[in-house]
Design a protein around this ligand. Structure first.
Ligand SMILES: NC(=O)C1=CN([C@@H]2O[C@H](COP(=O)(O)OP(=O)(O)OC[C@H]3O[C@@H](n4cnc5c(N)ncnc54)[C@H](O)[C@@H]3O)[C@@H](O)[C@H]2O)[C@@H](O)CC1
Ligand SMILES: [K+]
Length: 294
């Protein structure tokens, strides 16, 4: 199991998609942390990273031209990954960024956390549309028209698919991944570059090649290439880890990970109040992961 390291050498164990699902389950069932709370933490941190990368809009600093307001396009899917992207749109707009979102499906097809985040946006007066609903002046199809739209943006957020990828991306989702890949606009992927299997790093079909990946809670095993001396996969780009508020007791209850085990042994007498897993975040709510060991 690959162990990732922060710039300061702090070690962070990685998880498979199934292990991350179990972390989610324990967080919700045993600790009563709500999925919506975790989505909020993910979306807010994602918005913060996007803001750092795009500079500040006119209305905040009052020293730039009106057309310098950064434009961010968030491409969102219908699962938990899309929910984080939709949440980030709200936080970006609250801070004066020009953020709009396009879905890989009709908004009426959303349910769960993505449905809730979508309703918050629409009830706030923010339009949420399907990528297929775009009517381009030049009459181009979804794929080509979207590529042009993305090319004009300052940054694209890929919140289409996270660790829930099942088989090769298909339909509108695959077209949207193609459009991201055809544009040269910088891409921040949420949790996992869409199309990449979180556990193995395989790409069964089209996949996003991210400039930055903001992964949630723990890095995923597939980010390190077993066949290439555990190097970080280029498709992940700059790898950042976001704190989504999961308390260490959850990791202890799930009981995975070499680092957790090793620290457990050192702290054999630790009680639940003295949890062995040590948060790598320090004073911030995200941290950069720079290398990997076995
Ligand atoms: N504790 C956590 O880990 C949290 C995770 N969250 C996010 O939730 C994600 C997991 O959520 P889900 O389990 O809903 O899964 P995802 O949102 O990763 O993926 C499911 C969505 O992708 C679509 N999809 C899957 N395979 C596809 C294919 N081959 N072609 C086209 N579409 C495909 C499905 O239709 C569904 O809409 C994580 O990656 C993360 O981004 C956060 O929202 C909150 C907390
Ligand atoms: K993604």
């Amino acid at each position: 199991m690959p162990v990732f390291r922060t710039e300061s050498g702090h070690e962070v164990p990685s998880v498979t998609a199934d292990e991350m699902r179990e972390v989610d389950r324990v967080a919700v069932d045993c600790v009563e942390l709500g999925m919506l709370q975790m989505v909020e933490n993910a979306g807010r941190t994602l918005a913060g990273i996007v803001r750092r990368k795009t500079g500040e809009p006119t209305q905040i600093v009052g020293r730039r031209e009106a057309d310098a307001t950064p434009t961010v396009i968030v491409l969102a899917g219908g699962g938990g990954n899309g929910a984080g992207g939709l949440c980030a749109v709200r936080h970006l707009r609250n801070h004066g960024w020009s953020a709009r979102t396009l879905l890989d499906r009709d908004p009426t097809d959303l349910s769960g956390p993505a449905g809730r985040q979508c309703r918050i946006l629409t009830k706030s007066g923010v339009a949420v549309t399907a990528a297929t609903d775009r009517h381009d002046a030049d009459g181009s199809d979804t794929d080509t028209g979207l590529t042009h739209l993305l090319a004009d943006a300052d940054l694209v957020v890929d919140a289409l698919i996270g660790y829930g990828l099942s088989g090769p991306p298909h339909g509108t989702t695959a077209e949207m991944i193609d459009a991201i890949e055809a544009s040269e606009t910088p891409v921040v992927s949420l949790d996992v570059p869409s199309g990449l299997q979180a556990t193995t790093g395989e790409t069964p079909g089209v996949a996003v090649s991210a400039d930055t990946t903001l992964t949630l809670a723990l890095p995923k095993t597939g980010f390190a290439d077993e066949a290439d001396d555990l190097d970080l996969r280029p498709a992940v780009g700059d790898l950042l880890l976001a704190d989504i508020g999961i308390p260490p007791v959850v990791y202890r209850r799930v009981g995975f990970g070499a680092v957790v085990d090793r620290v457990e042994k050192e702290d054999a007498d630790a009680t639940d109040d003295q949890i062995p897993y040590r948060q790598p975040f320090g004073a911030r709510n995200w941290v950069r992961l720079v290398d990997v060991r076995r």
